[in-house]
Ligand binder design. Structure first.
Ligand code: PMP
Length: 297
């Protein structure tokens, strides 16, 4: 699914076959989840070009995540963007999911390392798979306490929390989980930020206890272009239940509407919501389509 015998990855300055690449089984990242990564997408634009969406923002976040965890980091944004375009070209990918990962050397201690390593992998991903709406479940798991983790870093180990929450939601018959923060306020999904819509306005959790997503920032830009009011604040799941609409947004999820939260449906048909307009504008924006301008009317 992710690679075959011909797939090329970037590994520490070289382009090598995924099937032949090696990683140290004594590595600190594998043992302790101590590493950082990114999730990026490229799209075939309306003009037919291959474009990495928000490439600078993602590679800057990768650097910030590494620095937050004291991982040595010696790569420039430009060299990593270059390497990523080469990975796409060598694998003939246009619509792709891109996964850079900075990992630590063999080290069973908790001491700071003198080196770290990087890989960039990519695989095919179809954009905008239909008009599905999610049935969302309030998780019994909370997001990690920001006093225990660098919550704004995209660190490997944080995703144990995401996996537990997502698996719990699915085992209860739902599509996805919604996690609260350590104080019980709505935080985010396992791999996406959330917005809900009420009285002609969008509301999203304030920064502090969430991963502030690059898609969340794009949604805020779109709302400003479309003149949609947005409020960033803390709120509970009770305020979300029965609201007009809600959606998740993230690099992989893009903008995806919710059907219900804990089986309580949203009150407006998705097609009549502001959220749907944001979704259409996002879809146009990632492919640099002219319709982005039209979506704003
Ligand atoms: N929250 C979490 C926990 C995530 O893993 C992601 C995906 N990176 C997001 C939010 C959304 O971030 P982005 O829009 O930058 O992909």
């Amino acid at each position: 699914m992710y690679y075959n015998e011909n797939t090329i990855i970037y590994l520490n300055g070289q382009f090598v076959k995924a099937a032949e690449a090696k990683v140290d089984l004594f590595g600190q990242t594998l043992h302790y989840g101590y590493g950082v990564f990114e999730g990026i997408r490229s799209y075939k634009t309306a003009a037919g070009e291959t474009r990495i969406f928000k490439a600078e923002e993602h590679f800057e976040r990768l650097r910030n995540s590494a620095q937050a965890l004291n991982l040595p980091y010696r790569w420039s944004v430009d060299e990593l963007i270059d390497a990523t375009y080469q990975v796409l070209r060598q694998n003939e990918l246009q619509d792709a999911y891109i996964r850079p990962l900075v990992y630590a050397p063999a080290n069973m201690s908790f001491n700071v390392n003198t080196a770290s390593y990087i890989t960039i992998q990519a695989w095919q991903m179809q954009p905008f798979l239909g008009e599905k709406l999610l049935r969302v479940f309030t998780s019994s798991f909370q997001r990690p306490n920001p006093k225990g983790f660098k919550i704004e870093a995209k660190a490997n180990g944080h995703y144990v929390n995401s996996i537990l929450a997502s698996q719990e939601a699915k085992s209860n018959g739902f599509d996805e989980a919604l996690l609260t923060d350590m104080n019980g306020y709505v935080a985010e999904g396992p791999g996406a930020n959330m917005f809900f819509e009420q009285n002609g306005k969008l509301i999203t959790p304030a920064k502090g206890n969430i991963l502030p997503g690059i898609t969340r920032a794009t949604v805020l830009e779109i709302c400003s272009t479309l003149d949609i009011e947005v409020e960033e604040k803390l709120f509970t799941t009770e305020e979300v239940k029965g609201a007009e609409a809600a959606f998740y947004c993230g690099t992989a999820a893009e903008v995806i509407g919710w059907e219900s939260l804990d089986n309580v449906p949203f009150s407006k048909p998705w097609s009549e919501t502001l959220s749907k307009r944001v979704q259409a504008a996002y879809a146009a924006r990632v492919i640099e389509a002219e319709v982005y301008a039209e979506a704003s009317v």
